[in-house]
Design a protein around this ligand. Structure first.
Ligand SMILES: Cc1cc2nc3c(=O)[nH]c(=O)nc-3n(C[C@H](O)[C@H](O)[C@H](O)COP(=O)(O)O)c2cc1C
Length: 195
């Protein structure tokens, strides 16, 4: 049990990766862990789309960059979205940080638990990745662009359906930093209230 708790403590967002693929058996274990996630009413309507083809990942990144570059941001824009817009206008925006694997989790548009179910899957996969010393990071850009016609046209090639939206994205890969998982984590104070 201690070992499982340690995985939660070790997981942290990785934004620098080696250009090494992930062993297919390990990737299968990670995506299987995602499928054991709970879902509202046991609906299990979420689908996991795995991209390992670098040309496809780069094509999607370019579409995202063009879409963000066409948007305006102001002081009220959510800060991470504003960063995507500003960086895209500058050019060379890479929201997948060179990771060898991008996973998008999609679900039905008209189902109230879509985001929650997808986030449960994403967390299961990130914890499973940690067990294999595989770095991960949640990436939200395709979710923000889920209404974009260009993004939806691209995703159609993966079997993405009109009645679906993208709710979560994660990236996976071997961390560039050798001691990546050894960092001591600290928790924010006053998050837990016991009554
Ligand atoms: C809903 C959600 C969206 C996120 N979107 C992004 C993102 O688009 N890009 C990114 O680099 N990190 C993203 N993150 C990662 C957070 O920045 C990160 O979890 C947070 O800074 C805490 O760091 P840690 O994951 O190392 O504990 C996201 C995390 C969550 C839960």
């Amino acid at each position: 049990m201690d070992e499982i708790i340690k995985l939660f403590q070790k997981r942290r967002s990785c934004r620098k990766y080696k250009s090494l693929p992930i062993d297919s058996r390990i990737l299968d274990e990670i995506t299987e862990a995602g499928q054991y996630a709970p879902s509202g009413g046991n609906s299990k309507t979420a689908r996991i789309i795995i991209f390992q083809n670098q040309n496809l990942i780069q094509e999607l990144e370019k579409i995202a960059e063009d879409e963000f570059a066409a948007m305006e941001s102001g002081p009220d824009t959510y800060k991470s979205l504003r960063t995507s817009i500003v960086k895209s206008k500058e050019g060379g925006y890479h929201f997948t940080y060179g990771a060898p694997v991008l996973i998008l989790i999609c679900n039905k548009k008209d189902y109230g638990n879509s985001m929650a179910d997808c986030a449960c899957i994403a967390e299961n996969m990130m914890i499973a990745a940690t067990a294999y010393q595989i770095g991960s990071c949640y990436v939200n850009q395709v979710h923000w662009l889920t209404e974009s016609r260009a993004v939806r046209k691209f995703l159609k090639r993966t079997g993405f359906q009109e009645d679906e939206d993208v709710y979560c994205g994660i990236i996976l890969g071997h961390p560039e930093e050798p001691e990546f998982f050894d960092k001591k984590r600290t928790l924010k104070k006053n998050t837990v209230v016991t009554v």
